[in-house]
Ligand binder design. Structure first.
Ligand code: TRP
Length: 335
């Protein structure tokens, strides 16, 4: 049996936080170390241009995110780790797919529809501040996936529609030009925790309630101390299932330690103590990676070398398929 091919992209904007770590990075790093999975992870830096037009920030985010993944143990021998913009085949396929993708399909994309609706509510022209990049975002995402014939695409719920669109484009291409692309499927893991943030809502950059992953120790402690709790006093029993502190604890602790904390909540652990223990647990698990992260950022050449190696592997996979796609549409040599 051939290995299943798994691929996922990381948009390179913002600073990775505990929610990203638990929800996406940790499971991906585990996949990268699994011999039975042929995994592809890439920095979606062309996607970043849709959201951010500050070149310094675009550059800095990609660098930090690459360093984060490597510091956390991504296995770049067993998996393929590359930067989207280092693989020109993706951009070629992007155009080919644009020519089979119905405009109407893009009109129905949630992110685009939300932007239009937002404009209408504000009384703006419906196209206000909407670039072609935002509109055609799902085509680029389809190109990311189909360039590697990926079958399984681990994503958050908000991305399912995009994977379905990629599947549509693959089907349409295959129908027009003959069997070329595998049909990708979204994989949404319901067992992976969606962490809550400081204010108790989902931890997300857009809510400004995150705990960044690689804060210096003191700052990590400070952030954890800011997690919202209720006013129950030490000694009063507390409901773990209603607590962000407990929820984050559970995402980092073993099942036995989780049960133990549950008991301590029932016994009325003080919020200050619970937060102190949470800091200890999280810090213990990430402190070596934080150290490696700093070292990687200090030595730029390690990152460049890893990404060069990744691009080479990725392009070796992409080139034959792109050749096939080019020929299929009628773009081939004359002699
Ligand atoms: N759009 C995805 C996100 O915001 C990132 C991404 C880009 C991606 N290309 C992809 C994910 C291809 C999976 C497959 O999360």
């Amino acid at each position: 049996m051939s290995k299943s091919r798994v691929l996922t992209g990381i948009t390179t904007t913002g600073t990775p936080h505990l929610g990203n770590y638990v929800g996406a990075i940790r499971p991906a790093v585990a996949d990268s170390q699994n011999e039975d999975i042929d995994s592809f992870f890439f920095l979606a830096d062309y996607h970043a241009l849709i959201k951010c037009q500050d070149p310094t920030l675009v550059h800095q985010s990609a660098r930090e995110i690459a360093a984060t993944w490597l510091a956390l143990g991504l296995d770049t021998d067993k998996s393929t780790f590359y930067r989207q913009s280092d693989v020109p085949e993706v951009m070629e396929l992007n155009w080919i797919l644009s020519c089979v993708c119905a405009k109407g399909l893009m009109n129905r994309a949630h992110a685009y529809k939300a932007a239009v609706q937002d404009n209408e509510e504000k009384g703006e022209d419906q196209d206000y501040a909407i670039t072609m990049g935002l509109f055609a975002y799902p085509v680029l995402m389809a190109a990311d996936i189909l360039t590697f014939n990926a079958e399984k695409v681990p994503v958050g719920r908000d991305q399912i529609q995009h994977i379905e669109m990629a599947r549509d484009m693959a089907q349409r291409f295959n129908h027009l030009y003959g069997e070329t692309f595998a049909l990708p499927e979204a994989v949404v893991d319901d067992n992976v925790a969606v962490l809550k943030g400081l204010d108790g809502r989902k931890m997300s950059k857009s809510y400004g309630n995150t705990i960044p992953l690689f804060l210096p120790e003191k700052k990590l402690q400070k952030h954890i101390n800011k997690i919202k709790t209720n006013l129950l006093e030490p000694g009063e029993p507390k409901d773990p299932d209603d607590s962000t502190v407990f929820q984050i604890w559970k995402a980092f602790a073993s099942p036995a330690d989780t049960e133990d904390m549950r008991r301590r909540f029932a016994e009325g652990i003080a919020w200050g103590q619970a937060k102190k223990d949470l800091f200890g647990l999280v810090n213990e698990q990430i402190k070596d990676a934080r150290q490696r992260y700093e070292e990687i950022l200090d030595s730029g050449s390690y990152l460049d070398e890893e990404l060069r190696k990744g691009a080479e592997k990725a392009r070796a996979e992409a080139a034959p398929l792109l050749d096939k796609a080019r020929k299929a549409v009628g773009l081939s040599r004359f002699s």
